[in-house]
Design a protein around this ligand. Structure first.
Ligand SMILES: CC/C=C\C/C=C\C/C=C\C/C=C/C(=O)SCCNC(=O)CCNC(=O)[C@H](O)C(C)(C)COP(=O)(O)OP(=O)(O)OC[C@H]1O[C@@H](n2cnc3c(N)ncnc32)[C@H](O)[C@@H]1OP(=O)(O)O
Length: 294
């Protein structure tokens, strides 16, 4: 896990903790780093950048890397705000890594869903102010990452031939979002829009997402990250205890509910995915994704 300054000079987390945020030292980022964590020494804003080509899909390892990165940042008491971003042009996160669901090993599938639930706990329940910098597609579990943040800034679709989309498209694939994800949607965009979106599996273009309150702002592509980091500075200045207590007013009951039903949720997911019908759907969907390419 690496911590980088905005000047692209890299600092390991341990060093950052020992030396304070203003100190800079060097280390090379490795391609295998699934997420890159940077801290702006001037503003104290942390940025976690998902870095799993081609589409930042959430594999077991990717989920674990995101959780580790959040915990590393949270362990530094000076840091109050966090931006979640992607290093990939055009994709924020393509949702769950569907290959994890295809002919799965049962133990790995259990660990996989557990790690996805864990992101919900860590990001939706984070003490940090969290800003999503959505410079590309964010379907399904990609949308969940954005919904788990406090504020969402998306790339504008204006003038784009293939605008990015965001939403919960599960029903289009013949599957259903877990209830905790469904409630995140309802809590964010309201009952009616969530019913429409969930039932029809809608993926919204940016302007529509803004209109229904799924995202909070649209900006040109080249401004998404800097705008998110500026917003993170603003949120980081709000008294932290009051900000966190307010966030928990809206989120604690949801978090507690999943904590109490976590095992049942995992059991349900596992039995759903390993069912023959679901395997046919998953097989067909994987084929359609690779056919799209050819
Ligand atoms: C089917 C799931 C079944 C059961 C789950 C049960 C319960 C859980 C319920 C809900 C929780 C959340 C669920 C999910 O998140 S399911 C995943 C939903 N995601 C999608 O539908 C997005 C699929 N991807 C795309 O639409 C496009 O890839 C995207 C618009 C993101 C980017 O397009 P682009 O043209 O830039 O790239 P592609 O050429 O399409 O893809 C490149 C490469 O990546 C592979 N790929 C894409 N998405 C995924 C993925 N989610 N998992 C694994 N692999 C993915 C794609 O096949 C290409 O691979 P290759 O051909 O080898 O280059």
């Amino acid at each position: 896990m690496l911590v980088a300054t905005l000047s692209k000079r890299l600092l390991r987390v341990g060093q950052a903790k020992r030396c304070g945020l203003s100190l800079r030292s060097f280390s090379d980022a490795k391609d295998k780093d699934l997420v890159l964590t940077s801290i702006d020494g001037d503003t104290g804003v942390a940025t976690i950048t998902m870095n799993q080509a081609p589409v930042n899909s959430l594999s077991l390892e990717m989920c674990q890397a995101i959780t580790t990165a959040i915990k590393e940042v949270e362990s530094q008491p000076e840091i109050q705000s966090l931006v979640l971003a992607s290093s990939l042009p055009g994709v924020f996160c393509a949702g769950l890594d569907i290959t994890e669901l295809h002919k799965p090993d049962e133990k790995r599938l259990t660990d996989f869903w557990h790690s996805f639930q864990q992101i919900y706990f860590d990001l939706y329940g984070s003490r940090l102010a969290t800003i999503a910098a959505i410079a590309g597609h964010a379907p399904a579990a990609g949308c969940m990452l954005a919904l788990s943040c406090d504020y969402r800034i998306m790339v504008s679709g204006a003038g784009s031939k293939k605008p990015s989309t965001i939403g919960l498209n599960e029903t289009k694939l013949g599957i259903v979002a877990p209830s905790w994800l469904g409630y995140q949607y309802i809590d964010t965009i309201g009952q009616r829009q969530a019913e429409l979106g969930l039932s029809l599996g809608l993926l919204h273009q940016p302007e529509q997402a803004l209109a229904i309150g799924l995202v909070d702002e649209l900006v040109p592509r080249e401004e998404v990250l800097s705008r998110a980091q500026a917003e993170a500075v603003k949120w980081g200045k709000i008294p932290a205890k009051a900000r966190l207590a307010s966030k928990m007013l809206a989120r604690k009951a949801r978090l507690d509910h999943l904590a109490a039903t976590r095992k049942e949720d995992n059991d349900f997911f596992r039995s759903f995915v390993t069912n023959e019908t679901a395997q046919k759907i998953i097989d067909g969907y994987l084929q359609s994704l690779s056919k799209k390419k050819s």
